[in-house]
Design a protein around this ligand. Sequence first.
Ligand code: DAK
Length: 256
Amino acid sequence: MALIQKSLEEGILTLTIQRPEALNALNRQVIDALSAAVEAAQNNGEVRVIIITGSGDKAFVAGADIKEFADFDQAQGEELARRGQRELFDRVERSSKPVVAAINGFALGGGLELAMAAHVRVAANNARMGLPEVSLGVIPGYGGTQRLAQIVGKGKAMEMVLTGGMIDAEAALACGLINQVVDQELLLETAHALAAKMAKNAPTALAAALDSVLAGYGREGFEVEVTRFGQCFTTDDFKEGTTAFLEKRKPNFPGS
Ligand code: DAK
């Protein structure tokens, strides 16, 4: 089965991440395949708007693949964060065609970061969103510290990043993290209707609008995030956090 299922209908390209056995967690292969699909869409004149969603009804994306990065060192962590940001997350955000995230369940860590790189978010009423990285001994490394604050404001972003807690779809709607919440069975239909409203507009104007809105947000913080993210990989807290997840137990972080 392809990792990314593609379907093009009336100018709207739906990309579905297909790794349900790991709750669609982002491993290297998924990141590469999704990145390639978004890139190909930029050059496909038939595509007006892109929808990204996850397979199944339990998860959009439950984060970066913890099994994959648990034994990384600082250089690998930093390099992967930088590469991931550039090749997928920035590519989604910098798409010249609007990207709608249809959040069909858990959107955690790298999953929420992916949804936040999209331009608009629609969620099913079972969606749960959060950045649990600090519970693993790392920080969000795919732009989450930056985009969350841009979307919901510094205070709410600080609360979410520092507690690592999850919020439900209604709370996400209330703080502006998502644009709409609907019953799960209506999610794709709703995302499609929203995408269709965008798709009837002038493609050149959509591209110019996206570029202009994004121009208002600085890039400096992303580089700080990459560096600080890489440094986390040298800590005992990181070893404990990831080992605890893999051993299905709660982490025990000694005070510093
Ligand atoms: N990675 C790998 N496998 C995952 C996964 C993940 N993020 N999330 C779930 N799975 C797997 C589970 O291990 C389990 O696999 P088996 O044990 O069946 O083999 C399967 O998916 C089903 O999950 P559960 O059995 O846990 O399902 P539950 O309904 O009980 O719980 C849950 C659902 C979403 C609450 C739970 O799965 C969960 O807490 N998942 C982890 C959430 C999380 O902490 N996500 C990661 C956040 S940190 C990086 C850049 C950025 C990042 C990392 C690296 N580099 C540049 C290197 C970002 C990090 C994150 O995203």
